[in-house]
Design a protein around this ligand. Structure first.
Ligand code: SF4
Ligand code: SF4
Length: 357
């Protein structure tokens, strides 16, 4: 991350000016070979997807970025993902390209790392729902637990030779999933792989069929946390307290810092703090831009109304338009969410992550 640019972004975000984006979350496809019960991505109409030339064009319009997150659906369902990532690298030169995957395409992941021109910029996050029985029951036969573990192992074994990094994401989706957390950690400890845990949200405007394209205001609450109903009665507070105690064991210093920040905010919301803390200023449509598979730009994870499309419009037309300015007013009035994929850019580019919590 370029320190002067970061400091400028922080000042602009805090004063409600409009910086250029530094962090981009690009959903390369909504298609997915999993059949998760808590996500409708696999049921969505795939719709149009930018081809490689269009990806290069869109990222050239955005310009230099610090972090690009390539997400899905399952990104590796796109056989042109290596070319997409190379186009992003050439156009925006991000220091980090973060890829979330369900780990079902082990060979594609391995070939991608081997052939990528700068593999030390790659950070993989492989997602799990628990141990074998729970994971497979939720995700379906196409993405078995064992294959995801194999993918983690493959990437972990390439750390030294290629400079690539890997971690696991455990979405806690049920009491059984919560009980599996310890076993999952032990399983992946064999390769010294950190496990991040998040508690399933009740719904999502990005991945819920009924809310897609809309603003899910009922999920954005000034206090509390919209926990998925399947977690009713589970000891989520005890779980997060234990997570906080061992956050210091994470191998990566930056992740350790970020994880503590996220968990403190999660605990504050789960225990119904009147003014949950931390609560960073949101940088959606400022330092953080999201791009959907067809090049359109939504507001954020919980408001997928679109403000423009970078395939057809210039960057300035999208970034300085009336709809975008109106959406920024909506962001400024938002009480805040606690989805990790939004919390981290907000914490970093508001500067809040540096405040003692
Ligand atoms: S949660 Fe991830 S793996 Fe499961 S269907 Fe949604 S995008 Fe696919
Ligand atoms: S805090 Fe930001 S990312 Fe979260 S719901 Fe509000 S506007 Fe969207």
């Amino acid at each position: 991350m370029r320190v002067i640019n970061w400091a400028t972004s922080v000042v602009k975000n805090r004063s409600r000016a409009v910086p250029r984006p530094a962090w981009c979350t690009y959903i390369v496809t909504f298609r997915c070979n999993a059949r998760c019960q808590m996500c409708d991505s696999w049921q969505m109409e795939p719709g149009e997807e930018l081809d490689v030339a269009q990806v290069r064009d869109v990222f050239s319009k955005i310009g230099r970025l610090d972090i690009v997150r390539l997400s899905g659906g399952e990104p590796f369902m796109r056989t042109d993902l290596p070319q997409i990532a190379e186009a992003v690298l050439a156009a925006s030169r991000p220091g980090i390209i973060h890829i979330t995957t369900n780990g079902s395409y082990r060979k594609r992941v391995e070939a991608f790392i081997r052939e990528f021109p700068q593999p030390s910029r790659l950070r993989f996050m492989v997602s799990f729902d628990g141990l074998e029985e729970e994971h497979d029951a939720n995700r379906g036969a196409g993405v078995p637990f064992r294959r995801a573990v194999d993918t983690v192992q493959t990437i972990a074994e390439m750390r030294e030779s290629h400079g690539v990094e890997v971690s696991a994401n455990h979405t806690v989706i049920s009491p059984q999933s919560l009980a599996d957390n310890e076993g999952l950690r032990n399983r992946l400890a064999e390769w010294d792989v950190d496990v991040h845990s998040v508690l399933a949200y009740a719904e999502s405007s990005m991945y819920g069929l009924s809310l897609h394209g809309q603003s899910a205001d009922h999920l954005i609450v000034p206090k509390g946390y919209p926990l998925h109903p399947k977690l009713d009665g589970a000891d989520v507070v005890g779980f997060v307290e234990r997570e906080l105690e061992r956050a210091g064991d994470m191998r990566n210093f930056m992740l350790r810092w970020g994880k503590r920040y996220y968990l403190k905010g999660l605990l504050s919301r789960l225990t119904n703090g009147q003014e949950p803390k931390p609560n960073p200023k949101c940088v959606a449509l400022r330092s953080h831009i999201r791009i959907l598979p067809d090049g359109s730009v939504p507001v954020c994870q919980f408001n997928t109304e679109k403000v423009g499309n970078l395939r057809d419009q210039s960057f300035d037309e999208v970034w300085h338009s009336e709809p975008t300015s109106g959406a920024r007013d909506w962001v400024d009035g938002c009480p805040g969410c606690w989805a990790e994929c939004e919390v981290m850019p907000n914490a970093i580019f508001s500067g809040d992550i540096l405040k003692p919590q």
